[in-house]
Design a protein around this ligand. Structure first.
Ligand code: BTN
Length: 245
């Protein structure tokens, strides 16, 4: 029934019962000329990937794992903003189902300080793959994740249909992915009110080394704005941000 699911205009569904990683599948399709809007959903991913080479594992049926192909017309320099667009889209979709959601810059989605969804954005020469994993039906996490992860089932009391979650995310992604050029102020406004890091003490790895400070907010280009202990404000792009206090 996944294959028959009607997606919002502009999206096309390709359901794979079992695959390695939907991000890899969409990348191959893109390299073979697939048009934008392709959505590959996996029943089961055998080598789901997270950022920084981590694995993304979610029991089949309990997690929603999918990737979307975009071919942005905006200048490539603006493509990193799609990370913010995806994070905001997922946070809003989750909120439609009940729980208040925040985005941990650049794009983990949290509910009550625990991770509920992860996003892996990868760019090719002329396309972007947005891979999204959402914990939907998981009722119990492995011990090492018990304090840091949550799911829609745990937050809503019962698990929504995976397809309903997919439709909500695509609808919001449609809106926000169109706002990385003109309209970016609106995207920033939405993101800033949901930024889980503002005011938090953090430690992160910036391009030129490790950095500690307090997050003052999100810069006008979507960067993280960090105030260092000596009062200097820096705009940073970083892959991993750890909250220290
Ligand atoms: C992260 O939290 O580091 C990102 C996790 C992204 C997981 C999704 S699941 C669908 C898509 N396919 C993958 O291999 N990864 C992304």
């Amino acid at each position: 029934d996944w294959q028959d699911l009607e997606l919002p205009p502009g999206f096309r569904m390709d359901f794979r019962e079992k695959t390695g990683s939907t991000n890899d599948d969409v990348r191959s399709a893109a390299n073979a000329g697939a048009v934008k809007g392709l959505v590959i959903v996996a029943g089961k991913q055998e080598s789901g990937r997270g950022r920084r080479g981590a694995a993304w594992v979610c029991p089949p049926g309990e997690g929603l794992a999918f990737s979307v192909l975009l071919r942005p017309r905006e200048n490539k320099a603006l493509w990193p903003r799609l990370s913010l667009a995806a994070g905001l889209a997922v946070a809003e979709a989750i909120e439609r189902l009940g729980p208040l959601a925040e985005v941990k810059w650049p794009n983990d989605v949290w509910v009550g300080g625990r991770k509920i969804a992860g996003i892996l954005v990868e760019a090719g020469d002329d396309f972007v793959v947005i891979g999204i994993g959402i914990n939907v039906g998981v009722k119990e996490f492995p011990l090492e994740l018990a304090d840091s992860a949550t799911s829609l089932a745990l937050e809503c009391g019962e698990a929504p249909e995976l397809s309903a979650v997919l439709l909500l995310v695509l609808e919001r992604l449609q809106v926000w992915s169109a706002k990385i050029g003109g309209g970016f102020e609106e995207l920033l406004r939405g993101f800033r009110v949901r930024c889980a890091l503002t005011g938090k003490a953090v430690r992160l790895l910036a391009a030129d080394g490790a950095l500690s400070g307090t997050v003052a907010g999100i810069g006008d280009g979507g960067e993280l704005l960090v105030e260092t202990p000596n009062g200097v404000r820096r705009l940073v792009q970083a892959d991993e941000v750890r909250i220290t206090g």
